[in-house]
Design a protein around this ligand. Structure first.
Ligand code: PRP
Length: 223
């Protein structure tokens, strides 16, 4: 039972998780029963595939686990990949799940009195300080970022920031918090990511999983 033989797939909690389950099933991975139990405090799960374990972590941490080789494979949003510049991560496949958008939003009230294009600096609350700084800098605006880990939508009303940069799906969260989308930064979807070094040392095994997921996503039958 060599530790080095274990293969670890990192899956994020939250909305990607729900969409990931059918994808796992389609490639023949069946996690142990507790995997589907939201009450479970377990973080690591065995599967029907010998030597393959799944870990359930926060979406930003999927990238960290894969980059550092703690996990060899992962599902992660392209928003997270935009924020981090991990050289060790290779993202060969768009899984076409977890689709949403990364946007800039502002309160309706400030929008009416504002002339944003003329401001040269701007306070922005976000989980994505790197993407935000880059995006605003390209438009000649220096973004002062307030890093929050969730509930960014509260920041403008409570005077933490003028704007937020966040994910939007249905738009409900923005609407109930009195915010309006003003610009789109990027379309987002989940990617299959692998650790480059692991792919080099175990090309057959990890390459095999890349192939299986690719076939499922492309709707092809395995020969
Ligand atoms: C995301 C995002 C928004 C919300 C947008 O949070 O940060 O708050 O979803 O979705 P909507 O447009 O459909 O309302 P999520 O629920 O994924 O939780 P998080 O705060 O942990 O990121």
């Amino acid at each position: 039972m060599m530790k080095g033989n274990k293969l670890v797939l990192a899956i994020p909690k939250g909305r990607i998780f729900r969409e990931a389950t059918p994808l796992l099933k389609a490639v023949g991975i069946e996690p142990e029963a507790e995997f589907d139990d939201p009450e479970s405090r377990k973080l690591s799960f065995t599967t029907n595939k010998y030597g393959l374990n799944i870990i359930r972590v926060r979406s930003f941490d999927v990238a960290t686990f894969v980059a550092l080789g703690g996990a060899q494979l992962g599902f992660v949003g392209s928003d997270v990949l935009m924020e981090f510049d991990y050289q060790e991560i290779y993202a060969p496949l768009d899984l076409e799940i977890g689709k949403c958008r990364l946007i800039v939003a502002q309160t309706k009230e400030t929008l009416e009195i504002d002339s944003p294009s003329r401001s040269s600096s701007m306070t922005v609350a976000t989980k994505y300080p790197e993407v935000t700084k880059r995006y605003f800098a390209e438009r000649g605006v220096q973004a002062e970022c307030i890093k929050l880990n969730g509930a960014m939508e509260l920041a403008p009303a409570l005077n933490l920031s003028r704007r937020i940069v966040d994910l939007v799906d249905t738009g409900k969260t923005l609407a109930v918090n009195g915010l309006k989308e003003i610009e789109q930064i990027a379309d987002v979807s989940s990617r299959l990511i692998v650790n480059r070094a692991a792919l080099k040392t175990r090309p057959k095994l990890i390459g095999g999983w890349i192939k299986s997921f690719t076939e499922v996503v492309n709707g092809q039958k395995v020969k």
